[in-house]
Design a protein around this ligand. Structure first.
Ligand code: NAD
Length: 798
C-alpha cells in the first residue's frame, strides 16, 4: 500500500449554512474538532455571528444533527476575515459556501496562501465541475483538492460522493474513501467529474421527469407522492415532499446547472425547469424552509395544524385529498418491498400508469448514462439508495423487471431496451446482479464479466455466512452462527426481532453449549432494528385469559436467560443497531460489552404499555447507577437513594436515547462500550471486540462476572418518589394509570420493603420486577395500552 501524507485530526469548515454547520456537527459526532467559519456581515458587533447562528441552528435541528448537545463543544466558530490564518493548523478544509463559482474561486485564492502543504481541501458543491473549481490554482492546491459531496441531513444520509480531478494526489482518494467509510460512517461512492455527479444527475432527472408528467397528465401533488412513495420502494416524502424538504431553489439550481453543463444529454429538455417551479421560487415558496412549497402547514384555530397541498392548476392551497387507488391497495398487501413495486407496476389504474411511465423514464436514463457518469452499476445503485433512501437502485429495479418479463413489457410499453440492458441479457446472465455462494456479484460494463460487489474491508454479511453453511443451529426465531476464529453469533430473526420463546431458548443454548465450541459470543442481527422488545401479543393474550402462570414463567424465562448472558463463562458482546427497546435493551444491558451502531435508539419503554421492565432492566439500571454493595460501601454514589432516583427518572419517562452516545449518558450503555458509525462494519467490529475479550480471558485479564449484592433504600425512599408522582398527577401532567404504573416502578426501584442495611440479591430484585409486571398485566388499562400498540403502533395515554 502506498503511504499517504494525509491525516485528519482537526478540520476547518467554511460556510456555516444548512450543510456546513451540519458537517461540523457530524465531525463532532465522531470526535473531530472543527473551526466553523462564515462571512462577517457589514457593521456586525459580533464578527462571527453568522457562524454562531449556523451552529445554534444545527443544535436545534430536528432530526438532531448532533449525537448529543455536548458535541457542540468541539465546534469553534469564527469568521473568514479574522480567522483564516488559523486554518494553517487544520488537516482538512471543507468548503460549503453558496453554490457560486466566482465566490468559491476567490475563497480558494485566499486559502491557497495560508494552508499547510498537506492540508486536504474539498468542496461540498452539489454539481459544479471539479475541473472548473481548481481553475487558477497552483499544483499544491490541485494535488490536495477533491470534491466531497455530503447529502442533507448530513448525519442521517449515508451517501458521500467523492470526485477527484486528474491532478488529485493518487493517495488522497483512497485515504478519503477509507476515512469516509470508517470514521464518518458514510457509504462512499466514487464519481466522475460529470455534471451533478451521480445521485443528483439520475435523481433530479427522475424528479423532473415525474413533475413534467404530473403536470401534463393532470396528477395532483398528493396522488404523485402516494403513488411513488413506499409502494414504489421510496420514502414517504416521494417526489413533491422531497422537493419541499431540499428547497425548490436548490432544485432549480441543480436543474439549471444540468441544463447548462450537460448539452449532450439526450434528455436535456427534461432539465428545463417547469414554469410553475420558477414562479414558486420567485414568490419565495421554497418549501419547508420558507413554510410553504408544494405543501403548506397551517395553524388551526383550536391548536394543532393542518397540511394543505398545492393545486398544480390553480396554484391555490387546498385540503390534502385522500388518495385511494386499487394499485396502492394491492401493493400494500406485501411486506416485501420488491413485491410491492411489482404489484404497483402491474396496476391497471392511473397509479400503475404513473408508476410505469416514471419507472421507465428513470431506468432508461440510468442505463443510458451509467458508463458516462459512473465506474459501475453498483455506484449508481448505491448513490440512489444512500442519497435518496430508495429501497432499490436503478439496476436493482431493472433486475426485478428482467426477472418478471411480463411486468417488464408492460412497463416499457414498446420503448426499446437500452444497449446496456441488451448486453446484460446477451453477454451476461440476464440480470445485473447474481449471487454466487452468498457473494453478490455485479455485471461490469467495462468487460461484460461479473465481479464481487465491493464492501468495506473485512465486513461480514449474514447472507454470506448463511450461504456457506455457517449456521450451527436455527429454531425459526433465532440462530447460532459460526463467525470464524472461535466466535459465534447469536442472531434473532422474528418479526421486528421481538423476543419470543425461540429467542430465549437460543440464548440458553448459546450460553450453555457455545463455550464447548467457541471462545466468545456476539449478539447481533441483520435487521435495521436490534429488537422491538418482548412479544406483547403473547403477554396480552395470556393476560386476557388469566394465564398468570404462563406469563410468570415467560418473564422468568427472559430474566434467567439474561442472567445467563451476564454470567456466561465466555465473553458476550452485544451489537445493537437502530431500535433496542424494552426487552431488547435488557438483553444488551446483560451482555459483558457492547459494540453499538452510533445510530442506536435504546430505552426501557415498558411504562408506555402500562408495565415495568421485568427482564432485569430495573436491576441493571440500578447497578449502572451504583446500587451494588461495593460502590455503596465505598460511598461513591451519593447514598442508596441516588441510583433509585436516577433509574426512576429514566424509566418513568420511557426515555429512549437518540444516539448511542446519548445511551451512554443514560447508562443503557457503559462508557467503556464502543461505537461504530457504519452499519456495514458493525458485525466485523463486534467480532473484533469479542476476540479481544477472549484473548484477555486467555491471558487471565478478563473473568466472567461475579454475582453482585445490591443496596436499595427501601420504603422511605419509595414514599418520596410516590410524592413526586402525586404532584404530577395533581398538576395534570400524568394520567391516573401513569401514576399507578409509576408507583409500581417506585416500589421495584427502591427494593420493596427491604432495609437499606440489608443487601439484596439480584434475584430478589428480579422477583420484585416480576411481581409488579404481573399485577399491572391484570389491569384493564394496561391491557388497553398493549392492545393500542399492537393495533396502531402508537402509545395510548389512558
Ligand atoms: P446555505 O445558503 O445554507 O449556506 C451557505 C453559507 O455560505 C451561508 O452561511 C453564507 O453566509 C456562506 N458564505 C457565502 N459566501 C461566503 C464566503 N465567501 N466565505 C464564507 N462563507 C460564505 O447553503 P448550503 O445549502 O449549506 O450549501 C452550501 C454548499 O453545499 C453549496 O455548494 C451547495 O450546493 C452544497 N450542497 C447543498 C445541499 C443542500 O441540500 N442544501 C446538499 C449538498 C450540497
Amino acid at each position: 500500500m502506498s503511504t499517504t501524507p494525509y491525516r485528519i485530526r482537526k478540520v476547518g469548515v467554511i460556510g456555516a449554512g444548512v450543510m456546513g454547520a451540519a458537517i461540523a456537527a457530524h465531525l463532532a459526532n465522531v470526535g473531530i474538532p472543527s473551526l466553523l467559519l462564515d462571512i462577517v456581515p457589514p457593521d456586525a458587533k459580533d464578527r462571527s455571528i453568522v457562524a454562531r447562528t449556523g451552529l445554534e441552528k444545527a443544535l436545534k435541528a430536528r432530526p438532531a444533527a448532533f449525537y448529543t448537545k455536548r458535541g457542540a463543544q468541539l465546534v469553534t466558530v469564527g469568521n473568514i476575515e479574522d480567522d483564516l490564518q488559523a486554518l494553517a493548523e487544520v488537516d482538512w478544509v471543507i468548503e460549503a459556501v453558496v453554490e457560486r463559482l466566482d465566490i468559491k474561486h476567490s475563497l480558494y485564492e485566499r486559502l491557497e496562501k495560508v494552508l499547510a502543504p498537506h492540508t486536504i481541501i474539498s468542496s461540498n458543491t452539489s454539481g459544479l465541475p471539479a475541473h472548473q473549481l481548481i481553475e487558477g490554482r497552483g499544483p499544491e492546491f490541485r494535488r490536495n483538492f477533491l470534491i466531497t459531496h455530503f447529502f442533507n441531513p448530513v448525519r442521517y444520509m449515508p451517501l458521500l460522493e467523492l470526485v477527484p480531478t486528474p491532478d488529485t494526489d493518487p493517495t488522497l482518494l483512497p485515504f478519503m474513501r477509507d476515512f469516509g467509510t470508517e470514521v464518518l460512517g458514510k457509504g462512499v461512492v466514487l464519481c466522475k467529474d460529470t455534471p451533478n455527479f451521480i445521485a443528483n444527475r439520475v435523481g433530479v432527472y427522475g424528479f423532473l421527469s415525474t413533475i413534467h408528467r404530473a403536470l401534463a397528465e393532470g396528477y395532483s401533488v398528493g396522488e404523485v407522492d402516494t403513488i411513488l412513495g413506499p409502494s414504489m420502494g421510496r420514502p414517504k416524502s416521494a417526489v413533491f415532499r422531497t422537493a419541499d424538504l431540499s428547497g425548490l431553489d436548490t432544485l432549480a439550481h441543480v436543474a439549471d446547472n444540468l441544463y447548462q453543463n450537460a448539452p449532450e444529454d439526450p434528455w436535456r429538455e427534461t432539465f428545463k425547469l417547469p414554469e410553475i417551479i420558477r414562479q414558486m421560487v420567485a414568490k419565495g415558496q421554497l418549501g419547508e424552509k420558507s413554510g410553504q412549497g408544494f405543501y403548506k402547514r397551517v395553524k388551526q384555530p383550536g391548536g394543532g395544524s393542518e397540511i394543505l397541498e398545492l393545486d398544480l392548476k390553480t396554484l391555490e392551497y387546498g385540503p390534502k385529498q385522500k388518495v385511494r387507488l386499487a394499485s396502492i391497495g394491492a401493493a400494500r398487501n406485501y411486506d416485501d418491498p420488491a413485491q410491492r413495486v411489482l404489484a404497483m407496476l402491474n396496476g391497471d389504474d392511473k397509479g400503475g400508469q404513473l408508476a410505469r411511465e416514471t419507472t421507465a423514464d428513470s431506468l432508461i436514463y440510468a442505463a443510458t448514462l451509467a458508463a458516462e457518469i459512473a465506474d459501475s452499476v453498483v455506484a449508481v445503485d448505491e448513490a440512489m439508495r444512500w442519497g435518496f433512501n430508495f429501497d432499490f437502485g436503478s439496476f436493482e429495479v431493472w433486475d426485478l423487471l428482467l426477472k418478471n418479463p411480463q411486468v417488464l413489457e408492460k412497463t416499457l410499453e414498446g420503448r426499446e431496451l437500452p444497449e446496456l440492458v441488451q448486453r446484460v441479457r446477451e453477454k451476461g446472465q440476464g440480470t445485473f446482479y447474481v449471487e454466487t455462494n452468498g457473494v453478490r456479484q455485479y455485471f461490469d460494463f467495462k468487460d461484460d464479466t461479473y465481479k464481487p460487489v465491493p464492501v468495506p474491508a473485512g465486513s461480514i454479511t449474514f447472507t454470506a455466512l448463511k450461504a456457506s453453511n455457517k449456521v450451527v443451529r436455527d429454531n425459526g426465531s433465532a440462530a447460532l452462527i459460526d463467525l470464524g476464529d472461535g466466535v459465534a453469533c447469536l442472531e434473532f430473526h422474528t418479526k421486528m426481532n421481538s423476543i419470543d420463546e425461540g429467542i430465549i431458548e437460543m440464548i440458553r443454548y448459546a450460553v450453555e453449549e457455545g463455550p464447548k465450541q467457541f471462545r466468545a459470543l456476539v449478539v447481533a442481527n441483520d435487521a435495521p432494528d436490534f429488537s422491538a422488545g418482548a412479544n406483547l401479543f403473547l403477554v396480552l393474550m395470556g393476560a386476557r385469559q388469566g394465564e398468570w402462570d404462563m406469563i410468570n414463567s415467560a418473564i422468568n424465562g427472559l430474566q434467567q436467560a439474561n442472567q445467563m448472558l451476564k454470567y456466561s463463562s465466555i465473553p458476550v458482546v452485544a451489537a445493537p443497531t437502530g431500535r433496542a427497546l424494552g426487552g431488547g435493551c435488557e438483553i444488551i444491558m446483560h451482555c459483558n460489552h457492547t459494540r453499538a451502531l452510533a445510530e442506536s435508539y435504546i430505552g426501557l419503554v415498558e411504562v408506555g404499555v402500562g408495565v415495568v421492565p421485568a427482564g432485569g432492566g430495573c436491576k441493571e439500571l440500578l447497578l449502572r447507577h451504583g446500587a451494588d454493595l461495593e460502590r455503596q460501601k465505598a460511598g461513591k454514589t451519593g447514598g442508596p437513594f441516588t441510583p433509585s432516583r436516577k433509574a426512576f427518572e429514566t424509566i418513568a419517562m420511557a426515555t429512549v436515547s437518540t444516539s448511542a452516545v446519548e445511551a451512554q449518558e443514560l447508562r443503557f450503555l457503559r462508557k467503556t462500550d464502543r461505537l461504530s458509525v457504519n452499519r456495514a462494519v458493525l458485525l466485523r467490529d463486534a467480532k473484533a471486540d469479542a476476540l479481544q475479550l477472549a484473548e484477555a480471558q486467555a491471558a487471565g485479564k478478563w473473568q466472567p462476572a461475579q454475582p453482585q449484592l445490591m443496596i436499595l433504600p427501601g420504603s422511605g425512599a419509595r414514599l418520596v418518589l410516590e410524592q413526586q408522582v402525586d404532584n404530577l398527577l395533581l398538576t395534570g401532567k400524568v394520567s391516573e394509570h401513569d401514576a399507578v404504573v409509576a408507583r409500581h416502578l417506585a416500589r421495584v426501584l427502591t427494593g420493596g420493603n427491604c432495609s437499606p442495611l440489608t443487601p439484596l440479591t439480584e434475584q430478589q430484585v428480579l422477583d420484585l420486577e416480576r411481581e409488579a409486571f404481573l399485577s399491572l398485566c391484570g389491569m384493564e388499562k394496561t391491557q388497553e395500552r398493549m392492545q393500542a400498540i399492537l393495533m396502531t403502533g402508537k402509545p395510548l395515554r389512558n
